[in-house]
Design a protein around this ligand. Structure first.
Ligand SMILES: Nc1nc2c(c(=O)[nH]1)N[C@H]1C(S)=C(S)[C@@H](COP(=O)(O)OP(=O)(O)OC[C@H]3O[C@@H](n4cnc5c(=O)[nH]c(N)nc54)[C@H](O)[C@@H]3O)O[C@H]1N2
Ligand SMILES: Nc1nc2c(c(=O)[nH]1)N[C@H]1C(S)=C(S)[C@@H](COP(=O)(O)OP(=O)(O)OC[C@H]3O[C@@H](n4cnc5c(=O)[nH]c(N)nc54)[C@H](O)[C@@H]3O)O[C@H]1N2
Ligand code: SF4
Ligand SMILES: [Mo]
Length: 682
């Protein structure tokens, strides 16, 4: 197409810049850009000139899709099919519809700068716009354009060959966070689209976990019996002391509007403390007392705080007696009388080493007086939130840090009360997350390994012990069988950037027979792929955004613009592949296409709209019946957001503390002494 026919005027300087950059950059990126121009979908999004006024534009509510701990509203302002700017919630979209509407219970979901700058990703010169296959050596980064037909045919034939030659573990599913918080288009390891696709095909090694919060997860499960130990963040507004332990909510969001509620707390007189090796923007913003600590020594400092609390008898003994297991000799279960209890460990009864502030100061580099001062503040200020985030537990025995923090939260009676905090993992309110197409065949696998151990497995196969790769137990004859991985599929993940020991991964990837990367831009992982599949972003497909670990709202994500270039949604790609596999191997894969995407037929590859909407309507009906929502789907679509309003902030374990409901642990108590661990070590 002649570029003069482009509809929207663009800034010439910016266009030249894009062209020059693209021409000199990696082959993939360069050719993407050329294609973008030649289809008329040029980067005309950078239409700063002229600056359109609102009455010249149409607006659509959608949401950001970044894998941060929040989910905020984006409002797309469009000229034709081009998003020319993004703004955010200004209150007018919820019930009432008044501009500026905001209350403490129903806040605006205002996007951060990263969210508001999403156009830079959407219209990036690094967008993948059509399928490509590798032409050079793997990792060289040289690709050529092919048709969808050719790309998918190659993949389908190779998948069958791999399964027949190497068995049901040959393809490694490396999906992850990229698109995990949509109702329909999901890339997570359990309910994701790839998980279902490979599971139903019958050849899948799944990856579990990520280098993030395994220590914390272990701690929350053993101590509280659940990872749902989180309050909704409006509870922070009621704290009198907030200790940000390895937590920097100015950068790392774990819920929506966290900083807003913390600011309300500040206005009401709350004191702030940051325990972090770095002086962070959170420390600055809340005028916090900053306590720099040596990385990976947090458990020692927390133990010394427990010591101070015990020797000064500041613990909440009534809370301990009623709700905890093994904090002291009096709360040990009868069957474990001979075991060590927490208090005597802290006081040095067993090893002759009281865990005093002086003892800890040597280890963690925090002055003993500061440890005493913080312990005193935490024990005497009610209610107080010790938010023990994940990062300090990201190391060997990391769970000890979170377990120690949980012991302090419990000893001070700050669990299950408004303004306190039991986090941990911190999952708060539960979204209605399961959509219709995921019910069947979710998370079927032939082997499951710890995500970052795949290279070790490939390089040492078959001389690998199960502990070396975190091989998950199975209840059948395949338990303990080491996977014979010959292919990788990246879907919503970029693990040549995000995993540890990339050099080892490079060595391992050379041994594989197939590497597929489905993404919307070229990534460090994609450079190592054999086949690149261009994926439509969340602006280019229909979905509903779910909050992450916290947040009680849903945001509609319409197809704001048509998919750029030839990009397709993952769901379209897997559906079409399922039909192709079925055609290649009808005896074993009969009905695969329909089972994978029951509401669609093969035309879905060209037209996904009615099918996607039908799934979303199903999901909305669940929301209506399970969560008491009366708003219709049509109204939800028109407003773009549904915000739940609670009579009081959601606080984890409120019912346990107020109504005596048992904790979900073997003893029904907060297990500072863990029944499960004690029995394993016996
Ligand atoms: N904006 C934004 N938010 C996000 C994400 C994102 O990409 N962007 N990602 C989300 C995801 S997937 C995750 S897993 C979480 C991660 O959430 P966190 O684990 O809470 O976040 P980090 O930023 O890794 O670390 C927080 C702080 O811990 C400090 N720290 C590091 N080591 C230690 C230590 O040994 N001791 C102490 N006391 N402090 C230490 C760091 O200096 C940093 O300021 O964040 C989520 N939220
Ligand atoms: N160096 C370093 N490594 C880390 C971390 C760190 O802090 N530093 N944090 C760790 C943690 S906590 C996490 S959670 C992981 C995150 O690791 P990843 O899940 O790999 O990270 P993301 O960059 O969020 O997403 C990966 C890709 O998904 C793509 N994507 C987005 N939407 C879609 C979609 O709909 N379909 C497809 N096919 N692709 C899509 C994005 O373009 C992006 O390239 O990284 C871990 N590794
Ligand atoms: S805080 Fe997270 S969800 Fe919200 S706009 Fe920023 S990146 Fe997006
Ligand atoms: Mo993460």
């Amino acid at each position: 197409m002649n570029k003069d026919t482009l509809a929207a005027p663009i800034n010439p300087a910016r266009r030249d810049f894009l062209k020059t950059t693209a021409a000199g950059a990696a082959a993939a990126a360069a050719s993407s850009f050329v294609e973008l121009a030649s289809t008329g979908k040029e980067a005309s999004a950078f239409a700063y000139e002229p600056y359109y006024t609102d009455d010249q534009l149409t607006t659509m509510v959608t949401s950001c899709a970044h894998n941060c701990g929040s989910r905020h509203m984006l409002v797309a302002h469009k000229k034709g099919d081009v998003i020319v700017r993004l703004s955010s919630d200004d209150g007018r979209y919820q019930a009432g519809g008044a501009f500026g509407f905001e209350t403490e219970a129903v806040p605006q979901l205002r996007a951060c700068l990263r969210g508001r700058s999403y156009r830079a990703r959407l219209y990036s010169a690094e967008r993948l716009l059509y399928p490509m296959v590798r032409v050079g050596e793997r990792g060289e980064g040289r690709f050529k354009r092919v048709s969808w037909d050719e790309a998918l045919d190659r993949i389908a034939k190779k998948m069958i060959e791999l399964k027949d030659t190497y068995g049901p573990t040959a393809i490694l599913d490396q999906s992850y966070a990229g698109a995990s918080y949509g109702v329909l288009h999901k890339s997570d390891q359990i309910e994701g689209l790839l998980a279902r696709f490979l599971g139903m095909f019958g050849c899948r090694t799944s990856s579990w976990s990520v280098p993030s919060y395994q220590g914390t997860t272990f701690s929350s499960r053993t101590t509280f019996g659940t990872i749902e130990d989180g309050n909704e963040d409006d509870a922070f507004a009621h704290s009198k002391l907030i200790i940000m332990w390895g937590w920097n909510p100015a950068y790392t969001f774990h819920g929506g509007n966290t900083f807003h509620y913390m600011r309300l707390a500040k206005q009401r007189g709350c004191k702030f403390v940051v325990v972090d090796p770095q002086y962070t923007d959170s420390a600055s913003a809340y005028d916090a007392w900053w306590i720099p600590i040596r990385p990976n020594t947090d458990a020692a400092m927390l133990a010394a705080m427990a010591h101070y609390t015990f020797v000064n008898e500041l613990q909440d003994q009534a809370f301990i007696n009623r709700f905890c297991l093994g904090v002291d000799a009096g709360t040990m279960p009868d069957w474990a009388r001979g075991h060590e209890n927490f208090k005597d460990y802290i006081l040095g009864t067993y090893d002759g080493q009281p865990k005093t502030p002086e003892w800890a100061a040597e280890i963690c580099g925090v002055a003993a007086d500061d440890i005493r001062k913080l312990a005193d503040m935490y024990a005497r200020t009610k209610p107080a939130a010790l938010k023990a985030s994940w990062s300090p537990g990201r190391n060997a025995y990391g769970e000890q840090y979170n377990r120690m923090a949980a012991a302090l939260q419990a000893m001070t009676g700050n669990i299950g009360i408004l303004g306190g905090c039991a986090e941990g993992v911190g999952k708060g309110w539960h979204a209605e997350a399961v959509a219709y197409p995921y019910d069947e065949y979710a998370n079927v696998w032939s082997a499951s390994i710890k995500s970052d151990r795949w290279a070790h497995c490939v390089l040492n196969y078959p001389d690998v012990r199960r502990e070396e790769i975190g091989l998950w137990p199975r209840a059948d004859q395949f338990d303990g069988v080491i996977p014979n991985i010959k292919a990788i599929w990246w879907h919503g993940s970029d693990w040549f950037n995000q995993l540890t020991n990339i050099n080892k991964e490079i060595e391992a990837i050379r041994k594989l027979e197939l590497v597929v990367c489905a993404d919307s831009t070229i990534t460090p992982s994609g450079l190592w792929a054999d086949i690149l599949l261009p994926v439509a972003t969340h602006f280019e497909r229909h979905d509903v955004a779910l909050p992450w670990y916290k947040g009680h709202y849903y945001i509609h994500r319409p197809k704001v613009i048509a998919p750029l270039g030839e990009s397709k949604s993952d769901f379209q790609i897997f559906t079409e592949l399922a039909y192709r596999l079925e055609a290649l191997d009808p005896a074993r894969l009969s009905g695969f296409g329909k089972r994978y995407n029951p509401k669609a037929d093969r035309s879905y590859f060209e037209n996904d709209d009615p099918v996607d909407e039908a799934y979303l309507v199903d999901w909305w009906h669940r929301v209506q019946s399970h969560q008491g929502v009366t708003m219709s789907w049509e109204e939800f679509k028109q407003r773009g957001v549904y915000k739940f309003e609670f009579a009081q902030p959601h606080v984890a374990f409120r019912d346990q503390i107020e109504k005596g409901v048992p904790f979900n642990t073997p003893s029904g108590r907060i297990e500072i002494f863990s029944t499960t661990l004690a029995q394993v070590s016996d």
